[in-house]
Design a binder for this molecule. Structure first.
Ligand code: ASP
Length: 372
């Protein structure tokens, strides 16, 4: 970005400096139009739950991240501090402590983070007992040569790094919801495992329809990406994954190129929604490559959604019009400071700039509400 001064303004602003520097008057008169470079506009882009006050808090994830970042904190440190607020919130059932558990009632968490300038990343998957998986992912990045630690190994690493390990991350709310799902889905006489799995899925969707679970939280995640005034780009995605998942199921959130990807100097993309769709298409890698080719964040995100739609063929994943019957959202920024939230069906996302934090509508590939 640059501001242009005309010759007259330039002369007025710089005459004194030129005189002090001893530049002859004749040369001063030859001064050209001057381009004054400005740094990029810092911004944070996140899923909608990045800008919700919960649990009596007075600051949201994106407000915290933006403030820390613009006060000089490392961009990733700022983003992780922001998502920690959401992970620790017992009322937030999509992430961290109190996230909806798997089919056995155990909360298993996935998270990843990427640091653009350092060109490093870290992730954990199927991690039990630690409330803030994003911080453990950051430790994997900082303290090891590896990118992804899973299950018991991830927990042992977290313990070694000094994270408290708890027996159970359920809150009364998440346990109550799991019990309700069990009651609806698993009366104990389904003999066909395929039917049983389908019954579990349908029971979950009926709980969404009955208003027990926010539709955004059946799948549920927070992604948060930021760029500071130096143009340094980082991102983090953290989740409790798909509600009532098969134990051990890992979604897109901890997988680079699926739930999160970025390239310094280019841009960042993160996702929430049906992780399997992003794993098949490595959607966020695709988006960042499209940004690299000069596509606007909105166009790049729309292309990824079209790709997902084209690759979704199984009947169980399609609605009566042949469209995907699931939600996927992308949160995107580029190095020029442009941003977008896009989604398969109408949704919202959050942005924080020097003008403050706000929640906005995504650009949706399909305009109707998602019918489940
Ligand atoms: N993408 C996450 C997953 O599939 C869930 C979500 O974002 O809702 O694990």
């Amino acid at each position: 970005m640059s501001d242009t001064l005309n010759r007259r303004e330039f002369m007025a602003a710089s005459a004194a400096a030129l005189a002090v520097a001893g530049v002859p008057q004749t040369l001063q008169n030859q001064a050209p139009t001057l381009l004054i470079p400005k740094g990029p506009r810092p911004l944070v882009v996140a899923s909608a739950n990045g800008h919700r006050y919960k649990n009596g808090g007075t600051v949201t994830c994106i407000e915290m991240a933006f403030r820390m970042m613009t006060e000089g904190a490392d961009v990733l440190d700022a983003l992780v501090a922001g998502v920690n607020l959401v992970e620790l919130d017992p009322e937030e059932v999509s992430v961290g402590y109190g996230g909806l558990p798997n089919a056995e009632g155990v909360v298993q968490l996935d998270a990843s983070c990427m640091h653009g300038p350092r060109k490093r990343a870290g992730a954990v998957a199927a991690l039990e007992g630690v409330r803030t998986p994003s911080s453990v992912a950051q430790k994997v990045m900082d303290e090891t040569d590896h990118h992804l630690l899973v299950g018991k190994g991830a927990q042992a690493f977290a313990r070694a790094m000094g994270f408290p390990i708890e027996d159970d991350l359920n809150t009364p709310k998440s346990r109550q919801l799991w019990l309700e799902w069990k009651r609806r889905a698993d009366p104990g006489h389904w003999l066909d495992p395929r039917k049983r799995a389908e019954a579990g899925f349908q029971a979950g969707l009926r709980m969404v329809a009955d208003g027990l679970i926010d539709p955004e939280h059946y799948y549920g995640t927070i992604n948060c990406n930021g760029m500071n005034a130096k143009g340094e780009i980082c991102g983090v995605t953290t989740t409790s994954g798909l509600a009532w998942k098969i134990p051990g199921r890992v979604g897109d959130s901890p997988v680079l190129g699926a739930g999160l990807y970025l390239a310094d100097g280019i841009g960042a993309a993160g996702s929430t929604g049906r992780g399997e769709a992003n794993l098949y298409g490595l959607s966020t890698f695709l988006i960042v490559e499209l940004l690299r080719q000069g596509r606007h964040p909105k166009d790049a995100g729309m292309e990824a959604l079209r790709r997902i739609a084209a690759n979704t063929q199984e009947k169980r994943l399609l609605d009566e019009k042949g469209r995907p019957n699931f939600q996927v959202d992308f949160y995107i920024l580029n190095a020029r400071g442009e941003s977008a939230g896009v989604s398969m069906y109408p949704s919202t996302y959050s942005v924080c700039t020097e003008n403050g934090a706000t929640t906005m509508d995504t650009a949706a590939l399909h305009q109707n509400k998602l019918l489940r």
